[in-house]
Design a protein around this ligand. Sequence first.
Ligand code: 13P
Length: 251
Amino acid sequence: MSQSPKTLIAGNWKMNGLTKDLAQFEAVVTALNEKPAPDCQVLLCPPVTILAGASQICQNSALQTGAQNTHVAESGAHTGDIGATMLRDAGADFIIVGHSERRADHQETDGVVNAKARSCLNAGLIPIICVGETHAERTSGLALTVVEHQLNGSVPDFDEGQEIVIAYEPVWAIGTGLVPDTNDITNMHAAIREWLVTRFGERGKGVRILYGGSLKPSNAAEILPIPNVNGGLIGGASLKSEDFLGIVYTV
Ligand code: 13P
């Protein structure tokens, strides 16, 4: 893996999107055909109900698709759940694991997130492993400690030829319009890089670290060039193709 990895701009649609919204995928594919973004890998993670349809639209295009969660097992008696191999079969290249909304809504522990990330790797998919502190943790000066603890528990070993991505998403910045100041993003991403290099050596330098939380076309040009920010994980602003492309084209 190269020392300065390619920027990844990833959209997380969360629990939004009906079949009619596949038009947004068509719009992004068309735009990237007409005006390529060669310095940028582009990914959208729709709800699983439209993942296969979205992946079909994205075939042979510069837009990739991913899922937002996986079960830890590959298959079996788990009514209502979906495993990583099934998501790959539906066209996913990436799976977001350990998003703070899943940690909060479904009591996902670091151990569960770690097992989900391993099941992604076993299925040949790239896990995007999310970490981030709450507002109370930030104001008590615990942000770095909390994130390091989450990394220790949530990040699995990975082999040569496999890839993981880390997403730093401060919980208090998600969907609020609030963004940490540049210094805080710089310090957190540097700390995550240091953790990765301590744990994985040279390979840790090639792991992409995304920033997520109220990232928009209006602040992307300020946030994305920060050292060790190797892309973004975008919620609200990924739902409309113009907003999402506005971020992609700042890279
Ligand atoms: P917003 O961009 O809506 O703040 O969401 C960020 C996020 O949670 C992406 O996973």
